[in-house]
Write a protein of this length. Structure first.
Ligand code: FES
Length: 508
């Protein structure tokens, strides 16, 4: 015979479990989205855990409501559960129907947060974000609902649990306020970057090996002269080769990030070479010494359950490092497009390693360009692309900006994107405000006034001159990453980008 009080026990137990799960889920979400946890190895499971906790919160709230409905003693009606202030239940007279009404309101907020999270990939990010932020209000309101309507409030075990949950909520909210930047922002600005660096991180290295990889493409491995460990890097990073004649050229690292003994790059001898790739192909031989700086990264992998990688030609280099770094169970596909298989470095190796996850599209075999629409059909994960301009343009027009990440080979002429005018900029560390003339670059103006910023391409494509923006809206005219990503992480590239009429404040 079932104890008639069983549903009352279920009601109370499920309420406490749901409350605890909700607090842990929100706290976990805050730790994930702030600098408190720095994602190390593309930790999609961290996100999965947050989702699982919130999913279980909904399950236990459902059990709580169902048991209230079933329990003959509590005798909650359907309207009591879903219409605020309908229930006649009152535990504290002066609060009237508020405690239960708060519970009903919390249910709706929870449903909205959960539903928009499930539809996250289909919703504009700003709407999803706005609704997701209401979960902070949710944990506070739930605390009041629990404290004002719970029947266990006099029990010590309940009090200790409630105090722990309220403390955890308070600490999590303080952390959220103190560390407002997103994980993406942080991985981009704090750990993996070196904004405003005044000296180049130069290493003298030796060419350890030169390997022909495909028609017109050579692979180079660099080691330190004493073969000690080089600086660490993560997929998407590049190094700058310092070549004779003051030439500086950036090349993506394409080896194994876990192997600190060498940097590996692949270089295509470009027909449009301004001297860099020609020198590398014709003159750089095994045993030669040269200087490299970096690694720097403007193309870092974001945590995601699913990826689509698209590489055009030599754009395979950062993508290769990315796919090789992913755990084997992560879902991804690669479209690797090129003129012919002979000209595509690593094509056979990648197919051998990853089988049908890798789609090799050689124009001379398939007779035309790859069908991007078919590839993108129904895909809602993150798209990483590195390749020639037409490929990038096609994807920019097809993939929402918050899911598209790209790296360009060369600078795009964006001079028509804005009216070029004079503006003022403030250097926060020296508290100096300087005027930048209409025909002057911001980088030159900064360096003439003590900025001493390092730079390389001068065309807004390498990312070397990166500075952090503290206030004001820059006019982005560079080609380093999407403007949205730059604004999200608060950086600009002053070799070509500028300010507007209002004063720009830079962390210099
Ligand atoms: S120097 Fe290359 S982006 Fe500014």
């Amino acid at each position: 015979m079932l104890d008639p009080a069983i549903w009352w026990y279920v009601t109370r137990a499920s309420a406490i479990i749901a409350w605890a799960l909700m607090v842990i889920s929100v706290t976990w979400g805050i730790l994930l989205s702030t600098r408190v946890i720095k994602p190390k190895d593309n930790p999609s499971w961290l996100l999965d855990l947050h989702r699982w906790l919130s999913g279980m919160t909904v399950v236990f709230v459902g059990i709580h409501m169902a048991s209230l409905f079933i329990d003959e003693y509590a005798a909650f009606t359907f309207q009591d559960l879903f219409v605020p202030f309908h229930s006649q239940y009152q535990k504290i007279a002066w609060l009237g129907g508020w405690p239960i009404a708060l519970g009903v309101i919390c249910t709706y907020i929870l449903i909205a947060v959960q539903a928009t999270s499930l539809m996250m990939k289909k919703l504009p990010r700003k709407y999803w974000k706005a609704i997701h932020y209401s979960s902070y209000a949710l944990v506070l309101l739930v605390s009041f609902h629990a404290g004002w309507s719970g029947t266990d409030v006099r029990a010590w075990a309940y009090r200790i649990t409630a105090l722990t949950l309220i403390t955890l909520t308070t600490v999590a909210l303080i952390v959220r306020i103190l560390f407002p930047k997103s994980a993406k922002t942080l991985s981009a600005t704090v750990e993996g970057r070196r904004p405003n660096q005044k000296t180049e991180n130069l290493h003298k290295v030796v060419v350890d090996r030169v390997t022909p990889l495909a028609d017109g493409i050579l692979g180079f491995d660099f080691v330190l002269p004493d073969r000690s460990n080089l600086d660490p890097w993560v997929p998407g990073a590049h190094v700058t080769l310092h070549l004779p004649g003051d030439m500086k050229r950036q090349y993506s690292l394409c080896g194994d990030p876990a192997d600190r003994s060498q940097y590996s790059i692949a270089v295509l001898e470009s027909p449009q070479s301004r001297g860099g790739s020609r020198y590398v192909h014709e003159s750089l031989k095994a045993g030669m010494a040269l200087e490299v700086s970096g690694p720097h990264n403007h193309f870092e992998l974001e945590a995601s359950n699913e990826y689509l990688f698209i590489a055009g030609g030599i754009g395979i280099t950062p993508i290769k490092a990315m796919i090789e770094s992913l755990p084997s169970r992560r879902q991804w596909r690669l479209l690797y497009a090129g003129r012919s298989r002979n000209s595509m470095a690593y094509a056979n190796e990648l197919v051998e390693m990853f089988g049908d996850r890798v789609i090799v599209h050689a124009d001379d075999e398939q007779g035309g360009r790859p069908d991007l629409d078919a590839l993108l059909e129904g895909f809602n994960g993150h798209v990483y692309v590195c390749g020639p301009e037409p490929l990038l343009d096609a994807l920019i027009s097809k993939v929402p900006v918050d899911r598209l990440h790209y790296e360009r080979f060369s600078a795009v002429d964006r001079s028509d994107d804005a009216v070029i005018e004079a503006f003022e900029v403030t250097l926060s560390r020296s508290n100096l405000t300087i005027a930048v003339g209409k025909d002057e670059s911001l980088l030159d103006a900064l360096n003439e006034n003590g900025g001493a910023l390092i730079s390389s391409c001068g065309e807004g494509v390498c990312g070397t001159c990166e500075v952090r923006v503290l206030k004001g809206q820059p006019v982005h005219l560079d080609s380093v990453m999407s403007d949205e990503d730059k604004d999200a992480i608060g950086v600009m590239y002053p070799c070509v980008s500028r300010g507007t009429g209002s004063t720009l404040v830079l962390d210099i």
